[in-house]
Design a protein around this ligand. Structure first.
Ligand code: SF4
Length: 280
């Protein structure tokens, strides 16, 4: 067994919380620049220029890209030959989130009770997903998620007969109804199959994929391209002001499901699309 002190997890979570809130991923910036060349609306082009400028200011001055610094969603893949020492995993992750959001001057966005709405004051608790994998390493991924885009996400228990056409229709409706709320240009994670909770997790995990990297399955890669076209045909445009660049990436993940079901989840992400990982 390889011993890993949980203090390393705290340090990694803290750093990723801060870094992902200060630095827009270079692939996203590249997508903004490509979008500038194909956006037909002058207002849309001006918004894309402002998004590039905003990202540049945030990186240089080490300030958040956006006022909504997100709910911390943490994925941990733990090798079965790892023995965690020095404390509990959840406590270590929460300490990293707390330190990152306090020391990075990031907005705390967690309500203690969904109906009473008192802020917890330190952006905890985080949403934590753990998975046991083979090996003696541990991968921690943090994906701070804004409320504007998360609120526009959808899950539908479709009929098996709805098929690919049903998935396309759900994405079309989701993007159109979301309009400006998720701060387009958006990134879409689509989970197909599994069951009720699994398809939502698949959609969330799809958002962790490198922007523009297609699914290895050719059929799903083609579906990703079709869904990207559908999203951009919506006319929502940058920040919802109308235009041709509504979406800069679609990632689809799929897995087996019950013969009577076809669950589909669309997790909408905004243009900041924050996520970062560290292998320990
Ligand atoms: S959707 Fe994204 S860009 Fe818009 S306010 Fe929320 S975190 Fe910020």
């Amino acid at each position: 067994m390889r011993k890993v002190n949980v203090a390393k997890i705290t340090a990694a979570v803290k750093k990723i919380c801060i870094d992902t809130n200060y630095k827009v991923d270079p692939d996203i910036i590249k997508a903004f620049k490509t979008g500038l060349r194909r956006e037909k609306s002058p207002v849309g082009r001006e918004i894309l220029r402002q998004l590039i400028c905003n990202a540049d200011i945030a990186r240089r001055e080490r300030i958040p890209i956006c006022q909504d610094c997100g709910l911390a969603v943490v994925f941990v893949e733990i090798g079965q030959d790892v023995k965690l020492v020095g404390g509990g995993l959840r406590q270590a992750i929460e300490a990293g989130v707390r330190q990152g959001y306090q020391q990075g001057y990031l907005r705390k966005s967690v309500a203690k009770d969904p109906m009473i709405r008192v802020n917890t004051g330190d952006n905890t608790p985080a949403i934590i997903h753990t998975e046991i994998v083979t090996g003696d390493k541990l991968r921690v991924t943090v994906a701070p998620k804004g409320g504007g885009s998360e609120n526009m996400s959808r899950l539908k228990m479709m009929k098996p007969a709805d098929g690919e056409a049903g998935v396309k229709e759900l994405v079309r409706e989701t993007v159109r109804e979301a309009g400006p709320n998720p701060c387009p240009p958006i990134v879409l994670g689509v989970g197909i199959g599994g069951n009720f909770e699994m398809c939502a997790i698949l959609a969330k995990k799809a958002l962790l994929r490198k922007l523009g990297k297609p699914n290895q399955d050719k059929r799903l890669a083609k579906l990703e391209q079709d869904l990207l076209r559908i999203a951009n045909d919506s006319g929502v445009g940058p920040q919802g002001a109308g235009g041709t660049v509504t979406c800069i990436g679609v990632a689809v993940e799929s897995r087996p499901c019950h013969i009577a079901s076809m669950p589909v989840a669309v997790n909408v992400n905004c243009h900041v699309s924050r996520h970062g990982s560290k292998i320990i």
